[in-house]
Design a protein around this ligand. Sequence first.
Ligand code: SAM
Length: 343
Amino acid sequence: MIDIDHIINTFRNGKLPSEESLVQLIERGHKEDVERVCEAARKVCEERFGHRVWLRGLVEVWSRCEGGCFYCGLRAENGALDRYEMSEGEIVGACREAYRLGLRTFVLQGGQVHGRDKVVERIVRTLKEEFPDAAITLSLGEQPREVYELWRKAGADRYLLRHETASEEHYRRLHPERMDYHHRRECLGWLKELGYWVGAGMMVGSPWQRAEDLVADLRYLRELRPEMVGIGPFMPQSDTPLGEWPRGSVERTLLVVALVRLMLPNAMIPATTALASADGENGTLRGVLAGANVVMPNVTPQRYRSRYAIYDNKKSNGSEAAEGVDRLRADLQTIGYEIYWGK
Ligand code: SAM
């Protein structure tokens, strides 16, 4: 028997429940257990944030990547991907459009490439000057400490760099030899030292992942105390070495979102695109009902969206960003939530 109340109360008292109880809960994945944990997480979230969801405008700035993550369609070895790189003007233009829609955080995300230090620095400076009331989040992979520092000095506020998995052995199976588990963590440490708001996170249901690995993720997140945590199901991408694996379970993803919310009540946790993609129309709302409090509307120009193919069937919401935000507002209303327009 799993004592769900005990697990929830242990989290609420600031402690981590036993490994054994968490592994059991995750492995069993009983619908009723998941619902109870989600309900408790939702309550914690409502106590901190009310019935509100924060928005971040996501700009997928380029699909070039030097990384080799076995699960990701952007990996350098994927010759089937039609690569693009937005110009400085296009990136600033997309943020302008996001601002016009009312969004006050811009997330510039792209593959891990070197040699963009100065371009990104200029873009950050331009955006900060034009929109001093907006926050800028970067998500451009592992970079030298000096580059993170340069971008921070230019005005970047936040950085998303998922740790991907807290188990070293699991990390090695998901990445080629040139990518290093310890280095990724080192990068997260640098980002913290430099005063960024840091976002870590992981996929749920990635190949070879065991419940014990997810518990290791919880332990690591508890230690790191990131301001943001991104959690989405693994989604296969047919041009990658892991393209034949099944996608991660939506229910397990919701359970992990809820556990992270219980553990880190103040964190900003997005209902991710992967969750929305895995669960048709409902994923975003189900994420919010499991304790997520952020949604990231895609404000990348339409012509690039399908080319940021990190996994198959990625929801890119064929509609204009404005239309997407309107629909989101209406959807959130159906569960009694509203958009918070601040940064
Ligand atoms: N290159 C940057 C980095 O390494 O952090 C940011 C872009 S990367 C595409 C953003 C996130 O997408 C990764 O951290 C990973 O967790 C997620 N991702 C990549 N491939 C995925 C897949 N097949 N299914 C689900 N999520 C995936």
